[in-house]
Write a protein that binds this ligand. Structure first.
Ligand code: SAM
Length: 272
């Protein structure tokens, strides 16, 4: 296995990506809202509903699902947006007050300690310390998607939102996702993709190449990081290519769902 992230050398792309997210960590959440016009919240809500975590937790709580805790790994989890949706769907914040046991555990893994720091601070402000310290329902762990610091067959669900395109070796990250999932576990990736309608693509290009770097400069005083983000979106593979890379990595029943004309897509697959 690739266990033991600490000993792995960091490639040039990884250190560049690390710098980008170090620079943007504090302004990241505001910028997300500004640049996507709030759409990223809708996309993440859709991702949550596709995971089925809400109904799964209900079934676990009413004992209609015969299973222990449902364990979730959110890779490139940054400041915790996706993880917080899982906690809320599972009713964890309410249960923390009554010190009941949670039906899920969520691990946020990210290569960048600055993003994780912001995430942990947000979690403590939102939910209090119990969710992190006593119940350990939520944990933050530094790690690279290519060499995840977790044992084989550890998780029921693996999610990665707006993270895969930043990874140096996407195929390696997909193989490592498969490794850490339990047999029967599910992989879901929310990522920028390719707009399907050419007329809309022209508008979208104009917006992203002109508006986003300018807003990045104005709000975060950092044009280059936002320029990088736009370019990384354009360079990333399209819907069908990513689907076949999932197949190649060994996932089964792979498919994708476009949202907002293909600005983003959710890819999914299962570990046999
Ligand atoms: N998932 C969060 C969200 O949707 O708001 C954060 C997405 S942010 C655009 C991308 C994140 O990927 C950053 O926090 C960055 O540090 C992380 N990242 C980049 N390369 C990574 C890698 N190789 N392994 C793990 N995380 C990585």
């Amino acid at each position: 296995t690739h266990f033991g992230f600490e000993n792995v050398p960091i490639s040039e792309k990884e250190s560049k990506v690390r710098n980008v997210f170090e620079n943007v960590a504090e302004s990241y959440d505001v910028m997300n809202d500004l640049m996507s016009g709030g759409l990223h919240r809708y996309w993440k809500d859709e991702l949550l509903s596709m995971t089925g975590v809400g109904p799964i937790c209900q079934a676990l709580r009413s004992n209609t699902l015969d299973k222990g805790e449902f364990s979730i790994l959110d890779v490139a989890g940054g400041t915790g947006d996706v993880a917080f949706r899982f906690l809320e769907a599972a009713g964890c914040p309410e249960r923390a007050k009554s010190s009941g046991k949670d039906p899920i555990n969520v691990t946020v893994c990210d290569i960048n300690p600055e993003m994780l720091k912001v995430g942990e601070r947000r979690a403590r402000t939102r939910y209090g310390n119990a969710v992190l310290d006593q119940s350990q329902t939520l944990t933050f762990k530094e790690g690279n998607a290519q060499y995840l610091p977790f044992e084989d067959n550890s998780f029921d669900l693996y999610t990665i939102a707006f993270g895969l395109r930043n990874v140096t070796d996407v195929d390696m990250a997909l193989r490592d996702a498969l490794r850490v999932l339990k047999p029967g576990g599910r992989f879901l990736c929310l990522e920028f993709s390719h707009v399907t309608n050419p007329a809309f693509a022209a508008v979208y290009d104009a917006y992203s190449f002109n508006v986003i770097p300018a807003v990045g400069e104005m709000v975060a005083n950092d044009r280059d990081s936002y320029q990088y983000l736009v370019e990384s979106i354009r360079k990333f593979c399209n819907q069908d290519e990513l689907k076949s890379r999932l197949d190649k990595a060994g996932f089964t029943n792979t498919k994708y769902t476009n949202m907002t004309q293909g600005i983003v897509a959710v890819h999914e697959g299962w570990k046999p």
